[in-house]
Design a protein around this ligand. Structure first.
Ligand code: TTP
Ligand code: MG
Length: 353
């Protein structure tokens, strides 16, 4: 049986903070988007599992998180540090030699090839153990017969879990789950499904496929296939060493419009390199260097591969303007990574609405 493994770090930014700040261990705390002084104006990036018991979640306004838990602790974000840990993590996982798709900063999928079930569990346990030992971080591993099933299994096993769902167990595992557990089904689709009397994955599997396709298009086809256990989505290998980008230094204290002009040039040169190589990107890194020579970076991974300069420009501009809020940068840079060969645009999962 061909098997896939999904590795996702538990409360990643928060666990990174715990690894270097023992005083946070076991405590409810969040990593927010702002520094300590402006914390209430930001949103929650992630929170420790003890904080989740209070109902705190990613993307919630920080002020609301403090309403929910009065003893909540706060950690300011350190993107460079998380990015470095992520690189170490992915490099370690790649040592195993399986085709690997880095899906986000803390998540990757492995194509284990034809493998016996016990062997896959052994591999999963070994990878978890090494992540814990070498990075002092908790992770969860899901294994099943497609990348998407492995992802659902991984979500189910969180935190600090290791779980395998065999082909013959798949439909009984999926049936009772709420439809929102399927990747790509956001609140809007969920309420549309509910209004059709469809609440569980089992309900989807019993629905009329044509009705689902009429109503939801390709998302309908996708959800039906997942629910029936027939999905076989594989891994799209990504190559970490490959990244393409440009940087430029600006004179004096550049205004926003100067930054925009410079960034436009950097983006167009980057996309032209990418097109020459016939590649698509999924991750964008924006970098600034301030007058005091300190660097700051921000990274965003999308759920699709593209070579669009509009996507690169708008995403990197947003990140750079955020980084430029505190201090004017002297140098800006943009870099694309998680590259694959191809043209056009490939979606990994359907967008969550
Ligand atoms: P996730 O893997 O979605 O979440 P998590 O690792 O914090 O928690 P878990 O997987 O155990 O449920 O995201 C990885 C990191 O991405 C997360 O630690 C912080 C960042 N992130 C944001 O900055 N904003 C967000 O809205 C989300 C969902 C994540
Ligand atoms: Mg995670």
């Amino acid at each position: 049986m061909k098997l896939f493994m999904l590795v996702d770090m538990d409360s990643f930014f928060a666990s990174c903070e715990e690894a270097r700040r023992p005083e946070l261990r076991g405590k409810p705390f969040i990593v927010g988007t702002n520094d300590e002084e402006h914390k209430l104006r930001g949103v929650v990036q992630t929170c420790s599992y003890p904080a989740r018991r209070f109902g705190i979640r990613s993307a919630m306004p920080t002020a609301k998180a403090f309403d929910l838990c009065k003893d909540l602790l706060y950690a300011k974000p350190d993107d460079e540090y998380y990015e470095k840990v992520s690189e170490q993590l992915m490099a370690m996982i790649r040592e195993y030699g399986y085709p690997t798709e880095v899906m986000s900063i803390d998540e990757c999928a492995l194509d284990l090839g034809e493998m016996e079930y016990p062997e896959s569990l052994k591999k999963g346990a070994e990878i978890k153990f090494r992540i814990r030992k070498e990075l002092s971080l908790p992770s969860t591993v899901g294994i099943s017969i497609s990348k998407i099933y492995a992802k659902i299994v991984c979500d189910d096993a969180k935190p600090d879990g290791l779980k395998l769902v065999r082909a013959e167990e798949l439909t009984s595992f999926l049936q009772p789950k709420g439809v929102s557990k399927l990747l790509g089904i956001g609140p809007k689709t969920e309420s549309q499904l509910n209004s059709m009397g469809i609440r569980t994955v089992g309900d989807i599997s019993k629905a009329n496929q044509m009705v689902l396709i009429e109503r939801f298009g390709s998302l309908g086809r996708y959800m039906y296939s997942i629910a029936r256990g027939t999905d076989r989505t594989g891994v799209v290998e990504t190559y970490p060493v490959l990244s393409i980008g440009r940087e430029a230094t600006m004179a004096g204290e550049p205004t926003e419009s100067v930054i925009k002009d410079v960034l436009k040039r950097l983006v167009s040169a980057t996309i032209s390199d990418l097109e020459k190589k016939g590649m698509l990107f999924k991750s964008i890194t924006a970098k600034v260097r301030y007058a005091d020579f300190t660097d700051k970076i921000k990274t965003k991974s999308m759920n699709y591969y593209t070579s669009s300069s509009d996507v690169l420009y708008s995403t990197s501009l947003k990140m750079i303007l955020q980084l430029a809020k505190a201090k004017r940068p002297r140098k800006v840079g943009v870099r694309v990574s998680s590259l694959i060969n191809g043209t056009g645009q490939h979606r990994l999962f359907h967008d969550t609405d």
